[in-house]
Design a protein around this ligand. Structure first.
Ligand code: 6GU
Length: 413
């Protein structure tokens, strides 16, 4: 890859070029770095590379003609041109990875009070390195170049850049070296033992926890890591999981605060990758397992009655209300059981011995037996498993009318 710095202060880059990692990368031909002085590219048709702004104002602007001349002296069809400036997109590790794939990047260091507005249409991107103001874009261009160069194949020896902060979108785990005790602070014990898996588990958990504590802004969505899953705005799921702990195979709660929940990630594979016979049998076993839970002291109510009485903070569509009305009209007998509420094949984990874990419990609670039954029937239909076969496996007398209403309700609730 080639990186060109365009600047009116080319000497700003000399210390960067002598960083050992950078010097070695250049020497080994992994990157070609060019520093071009904008002043050297003028064709003499204009006097200066900078000038005072029309309409007045403090400071000088880089001229559009000077910048365009300089750009055309270094750019070709393969170049990605980036203007460094505080109005740009925020530079991120993701962007560093994208730039590392380019053949040639040109980093243009803005200066003085900025650049003539008309120059912006000649660049591909404008990039900033943070919400603060620098006097020039040189140091910002160096930051971008360094982040990109260290990602190039062969630049980092030994250490993989994969394990670091931001590579997984979270912070790096805390690290320790000798001495094992300093000023009464000890190195965590698992790190002193040699159990690789325990160490990875520990590091991953600490990385998630540090990120929640220090940079929660990096955690925008629910995510799966190797050993854990992270849930945001999880409502009462942790309460449901705690209530279920001795009643159903559910994930373990490893961390919880008012925003984040970290759960152990189930081992084994999900039912989504199982074959037909296994899906049919397991689904029937899941329903039986759910229905055998004693609900007499279950505090989680997901019944239609509860939804209708408006205690759930869910907005229901007109269609949903119509179906609820209809269910009342046909005077459905309520048959309350423990219900998962959002069953899917990939929410059921199996191993050699059977069902190892059921996940995504946000909507679990007491509800009519037909709530999960109807969603299971729908799921199985997509797998080419007919209703009769499933109901046989469940050993169950079906109320066709009630099922029909619930099959429509699961679509809209
Ligand atoms: Cl790229 N340039 C300048 N002048 N100031 C900045 C910046 C760039 N990024 C953050 N502040």
């Amino acid at each position: 890859m080639k990186i060109t710095f365009l600047s009116i202060f080319p000497e700003s880059f000399s210390s960067f070029l002598s960083f050992p990692v950078i010097e070695r990368a250049v020497r080994n031909g992994l990157v070609d770095i060019e520093v071009k002085d904008i002043k050297d590219c003028t064709d003499g048709s204009f006097r200066a590379i900078d000038d005072s702004p029309y309409g007045g104002g403090a400071g000088l602007l880089l001229r559009v003609d000077a910048l365009c001349n300089a750009l055309s002296a270094v750019a070709d069809a393969s170049s990605r041109t980036i203007l460094m400036g505080p109005k740009g997109k925020m530079f991120t590790q993701k962007m560093a990875h994208e730039l590392a794939e380019e053949e040639h990047i040109i980093l243009i260091a803005g200066h003085y009070e900025g650049v003539d507005e008309r120059f912006r249409r000649y660049v591909d991107d404008e990039v900033s390195i943070g919400d603060y103001v620098l006097t020039g874009g040189e140091s910002a261009a160096i930051v971008v170049a360094e982040a990109v160069i260290r990602l190039l194949d062969g630049v980092l020896r030994g250490k993989s850049s994969k394990e670091e902060s931001f590579e997984d979108g979270i912070l790096e785990y805390p690290q320790y070296t000798h001495p094992s005790v300093y000023d009464k602070a000890e190195v965590p014990e698992v790190l002193l033992g040699g159990n690789r898996e325990e160490i990875s588990r520990f590091c991953e958990f600490e990385a998630i926890r540090d990120t929640i504590r220090l940079r929660p802004d990096l955690l925008e969505e629910d995510r799966n890591f190797n050993f854990f899953s992270l849930h945001r705005d999880y409502r009462n799921e942790s309460g449901i999981i705690r209530w279920l702990a001795n009643r159903l195979p559910v994930p373990e709660i490893l961390y919880e605060d008012d925003r984040y929940l970290v759960l152990s990630r189930p081992k084994g594979r999900t039912l989504a990758s199982a074959e037909r016979e296994r899906i049919l049998k397991t689904m029937a076993a899941v329903l039986k397992m759910l229905w055998s839970i004693d609900i007499s002291d279950c505090p989680y109510d997901e019944s239609l009655g509860k939804i209708v009485s408006g205690q759930r903070d869910r907005r229901l569509s007109y269609e949903a209300w119509r179906l609820i009305d209809e269910s009342e009209r046909i005077q459905m007998s309520e048959d309350m059981v423990f219900s998962h509420g959002s069953l899917r094949l990939d929410r059921i984990f199996v191993n050699g011995n059977g069902i190892s874990c059921i996940i995504d419990m946000q909507y679990a609670g007491i509800a009519d037996r037909y709530r999960d039954l109807a969603s299971a029937i729908k799921l199985l239909e997509k797998e080419g498993i007919g209703m009769e076969e499933f109901i046989n496996a469940l050993d169950f007398d079906i109320d066709e009318k009630k099922l029909e209403v619930f099959l429509r309700i699961v679509n809209v609730l």
